[in-house]
Ligand binder design. Structure first.
Ligand SMILES: [Zn+2]
Length: 296
């Protein structure tokens, strides 16, 4: 964290970093396209031709922030360095923030940036299974269960290892719900391994090769071992980092955070993750506080 603050000693140095990431080929006027500009303070680029003022943070996650960008950079650095995810309390302590609420809100905003706009779907050989999150009693397959949310797991099988994953909340394990979520997560043409649950059969109508495995004829006695490994990590993260306290309204965003970390788990460079999260924060629209539902 100290090294990071040496790299970004001032607000201007943060703004400079953001502008290089946002406009890797250099700034062009956002209105007339001119490359003739003056740099003013606070990340403002003034066009000499049409006098338009472009701002590096306008239209991004950092728009309207009242806190220094250096503090945001510290928050992002902290977030990418916690292997098992972060809680608002953890972030508040790490940054010495006076307000728990600010930490809570920042994490919610950063989770929005953890999904790259227009990201690829999974492809190749993909294992799928559903898991119930939350509640105390086991849920019944095929329909919702009180206090629980059903999550559909898709995990690329790259030869006994897990490649990338995608997670999606679904209202139930019906064929329609599984089909809709699969279309968002996996490229048609991919081969889907599931267990024998009938709902997955619908996928063949949508361009997928469906290759169900029954528990009995699987090698390990487990039809979808990769999806199950993801499910157990997901549960551990849910109970450990978040003490099981994620409301259904917010679960999808927490799943995005889990996916972001999981898909980059082998990346040795934390600096690259820092760069990637800032890059995505610049690609998404501002997240006004009032759009975040305020119950955990
Ligand atoms: Zn211009």
């Amino acid at each position: 964290m100290i090294d990071l603050m040496d790299m970004f000693p001032t607000e201007e140095s943060c703004l400079e970093y953001l502008s290089v990431i946002r406009w890797p080929d250099g700034y062009h006027c956002l209105k007339c396209g001119s490359v003739s500009y003056w740099k003013k303070s606070r990340g403002i680029f003034y066009c000499r031709d049409c006098h338009h003022e472009g701002s590096v943070i306008r239209g991004t996650l950092f728009q309207d922030t009242k806190k220094p960008l250096r503090l945001w950079f510290q928050a992002i650095w902290y977030v990418v360095n916690q292997k098992n995810g972060v809680s608002a309390l953890g972030l508040q302590k790490a940054l010495g923030l006076g307000s728990y609420h600010t930490a809570w809100e920042w994490l919610h905003k950063l989770r929005r940036a953890m999904v790259r706009p227009g990201r690829d779907r999974l492809s190749g050989l993909v294992e799928m299974d559903e898991v119930f999150m939350g509640g105390v009693r086991p849920g019944k397959r095929g329909r919702g269960s009180e206090g629980k949310t059903l999550v559909l797991i898709a995990a690329e099988n790259t030869g006994r290892k897990i490649g990338r994953i995608r997670l999606s909340t679904i209202p139930d394990a019906s064929a329609v719900s599984i089909k809709n979520a699969t279309l968002e997560m996996v490229d048609p043409g991919s081969t889907i391994n599931s267990d024998g649950w009938d709902s997955y059969n619908i996928l063949t109508q949508y361009g997928y090769v469906h290759a169900p495995v029954t528990h009995a004829n699987s090698i390990s006695g487990d039809a979808t071992p990769l999806a199950h490994r993801v499910a157990s990590l997901l549960k551990r993260w849910w109970l450990g980092t978040h003490q099981g306290a994620i409301s259904a309204e917010h679960l999808a965003y927490y799943l995005d955070e889990f996916t972001f970390r999981f898909n980059r788990r082998t990346s040795r460079s934390r600096g690259k993750l820092f760069y990637r999260l800032i890059e995505q924060a610049l690609q998404i629209n501002p997240v006004p506080a009032k759009t975040i539902i305020h119950n955990i």
